[in-house]
Design a protein around this ligand. Sequence first.
Ligand code: AMP
Ligand code: ZN
Ligand code: FE
Ligand code: FE
Length: 276
Amino acid sequence: MKVDLHMHTSASDGTDDPKTLIELAKALGFDAVAITDHDTLKGVKSAIEAGRRLGVTVIPGIELSTGDDVEIHMLGYGVGEGGALHGQIAALRAQRDQRMVRMVEALNRNHINVTMDQVLKEADGGSLGRPHLARALLKKGYVRSVKEAFTRYLTPGKAGYIKREKLTLIRAIQLIAEDGGIPVLAHPGMIEMDPQHLSGCVDRWREAGLRGIEVYHPGHTDAQCANYLRLAREKGLLVTGGSDYHGAVKAIEPGAGLHRWRGMERDFTELYTQIR
Ligand code: AMP
Ligand code: ZN
Ligand code: FE
Ligand code: FE
C-alpha cells in the first residue's frame, strides 16, 4: 500500500490543481492521499471526484497555521464543509487577503512595483500567502528565486513582511474536532522545541483533542522519525506521514521521506477507520 497524507494543491500554495494532483498520484501508484491545503477546503471536492473516477482514496484534509511566537501547523483529517471550521476558514481567508494588500503596499513604498493583480494571478483563486507574492516578485525580475524573495523581502524585519493573525493551537484542535475531524500535529521536526518540552505540550494538546502525530515527513531526520514514533506510541496517538508536496515550487516529490514509514498500511488503516 502506498499513501501520502500531506499534499498541497493550487487551492493554497501548491502548483497542481486538485484534479492534476490526483492524476499524478494515480500515475505514481498511490492508493490513498490526503489533500491538506493551508486554511482552506476548496480543493477537496474536485480531488474527491477525481479520486472516485481514478480509484484513489482521497481523504479530505486541511492544514491550519497556528501559534504566537512559534508557528505550529495542525492537520485535520476527515473534516467537512460545515460548522465552526467553515466560518473560521472564511475569517482566516479574509485576513489573508487584507494582509496581502498591506504587504503589496509596503513593497510599493519601497519602490518595488508589484500589484495585487499580479499576486492574484499566481494564486489561482486560492488562499493568498507569501509564496504567491514571492512568485510575482520572481516574474517581475526583482529576485532570481522564490527563496531569495523570502530572504530579501518576505521574512520578519524585511520590507514586505507583515505578521499574520493566527489561531491558537488549542483552538485549531477544537475546531477540527468539533467538525468531526481528526487533529494531527504536522511535522513536529519544524518546531524548535526540546523533546521533553514537546512531550509536555503533547499531553496538553491531547487533552484538548489531539489524536495523532505526523511522524514521517521529508524534513525529519531518521532519528526524529524514531523519536516521534516513540512519542506517538507512548501517548496513544495515531501515526501519520506525508511529503508536504507543493508541486513544481519545491523539490519534493509525492511520497518523499515516506520510505521510512514501516507501519504505513497499519497506521493508515487505523486512521481511515476513525474517519467518519
Ligand atoms: P504565509 O502563510 O503567507 O505566511 O506563507 C507561509 C508559507 O511560505 C509556508 O507554508 C512556506 O510554504 C512558505 N515559506 C515560508 N518561509 C519560506 C522561505 N524562507 N523560503 C521559501 N518558502 C517559505
Ligand atoms: Zn505551503
Ligand atoms: Fe506545514
Ligand atoms: Fe504543508
